[in-house]
Design a protein around this ligand. Sequence first.
Ligand code: ZN
Length: 519
Amino acid sequence: MLLIEEKYKPIAQILLSAETCPRCILRFCCVGSPTLYRLPYKDLADELQKFLVLPHGGATDENNAPPSKKVRLEDTDGCNIESQSSREIKHSDSETPKTCNLCLGILQHLCNTEFVKKISHKVKSAGYEFKDFVFSVSLPAQLLVREHSAWLHTQQEMRKQGRLLEKSDIIQLKEAYKWIIQPMISDELGVQAVSKSMFEVGVVFCHQETNEDCHFLATVCKDCFKPTKNKQSVFTRMAVVKALDKIKDNDFWIQFPWPPYSPKTTCEVVDIQCNHASVFVAGRYNKYSRTLPQTPWVIDGERKMESSVEELITEQLMTVFKADSFNFSSSGREDVDVRTLGRGRPFAIELVNPHRIQLTAQDMKDLQQKINSSDKIQVRDFQIVTREAVAHMKEGEEEKTKCYSALIWTEKPILKEGLEVLDNSKEVKLIQKTPLRVLHRRPLASRCRVIHTMKTEYVDEHHFRLYLKTQAGTYIKEFAHGDFGRTVPNIGSILKTTADILELDVESVDVDWPPALDD
Ligand code: ZN
C-alpha cells in the first residue's frame, strides 16, 4: 500500500510521464517513510501504477479523475506506450529502466546489493577499526539544476490547485539514498549506521554526460562562479545553490526547459572514501639530552640534528595507530641545549586518520615503555584524550609558572654573599625585547615578564647555580646574559658584571594536564 497523499497525485503523474524514477516520484510527493524507498524497485513501480490508476476510498473530486496527461511508459522494446486512460497503464517488464532524469540513476542502479558489496569490500580492505559509521555522499552539482526544474514545474502544477509545494517539503535525494543504502551497508559491515560517528564512509559520484547542465547559470549569475583555489570546477554545489536562488523562474525555463532529458548513462562512482576522525594522545615528556631539538631541526632543507623529541614519541605512535599523519603540540618548548626535568612538559599529539583505535590502558603502558627505551627522552602519563581536553593545555598558558635551574658564569669573581641580592629579589619585573636569536622568526616587540623567585647555589668564584620560578614565556637565557641590553634588568646588571648562562634545565612546567596516571 503506497502512502502518497492524494493531493500529490498530480505530481506523481507529471513526473511519471517525464520518465522520472519511482523513488524520485516518492521524494517529490513528500513521502517521508524510509521503508517505501526500500521496496524492491519493481514492486515500487507496480505500487505506483496502482496508485495512479485506482481511485481512492470514496473521494470524488477531480483529483481522482484519470490523468489528463498522457502517461508514457517504456516497454521491453524501448517504445513508448501511450495511453489516454490511466486504467490502461501497464507496467513495463523492462529489466533496466531508463536512467532517471532527476537522480541520474542513483536511486535506481547505485543502491543495490552489488554496489553495497563493492562499498563494504572497499571499507573492509582499508583495514580500519570502528564500532559504527556515518555515511556521506557527494553528488554532482548539476543534480541541483534538475531538481530545481522539477520543483518549479510541480510547484506550478500544485499552485493551479491552490496548494503550495515548498522546496523544503521535498525529500532530498541524499536523504532518500541514505534511507535505502545505509541499512544495507550496515548489514554488510556488521555495525550500525549513525548520524555522528568517528568513522566516515563516503561515496563520491560524478556524471560526465550532464556536466554542462549547470553551465548556463554562469551567464545569469557571474558573481556566483568565481574561480577558487583547490577547486577543479567553479560549478560547486554551493555556487549552484546560490545561483538557483537568484535566477528568475522565466530565465530558468528559457535555459533549461521541462522536462530534463533522460541521460543514457548512470552516475559514476569516482571514489569510495574512508576516514577516521583524529585520535589524540597526551602525556608529559622529559628530555635528558642537550643535543636533541623538540621538533625536527631543518635549515635550508638540511637536517641539523639526527632526531627530535617529536620523532622519538611519534614514531611508535604512528606504527601502532596506523595513522596517515600527526600534529605535535606542547605546553611551550625548550631549546635544543635545554633539558626538561622534573615531571616533564605536557604534550599532545593528534593522529590523523588512524586505522587502529582500540587501545587499552595496558596497550598505552606498553607503548610508553617502548618509547622510554630511549635514553634521550622519557614519557609519563601517556593516555588517549579528547580533542577538547587538548585545548586545556593551551589555555591560560601565559599565566602559568615555570621553574628552571641554570649554571651561570660571571666575568668578575664573586663571593657567596654577593649572591644574596638575587636570593632576596621577589617578583622582579623584566622588559624583554624579542631576543636576537629568535628575531628572524618573531616580530620585534617588548614584553613584560616576571621572575617570581630566585635561589642561588654557590659553585666557585666564577660560577653559581640559579633556581628560578618565572612566568611562562620568560626568556631565561636573555635574563642571564642581558642580550646586549635588550632584557632589563638582567643578572649581569644586578650583579654589576658580565654574566652568561652555561647550562639550562626546565625543572617543572606547572600545567596540571594531562591527569597523572599510576605507573
Ligand atoms: Zn530518480
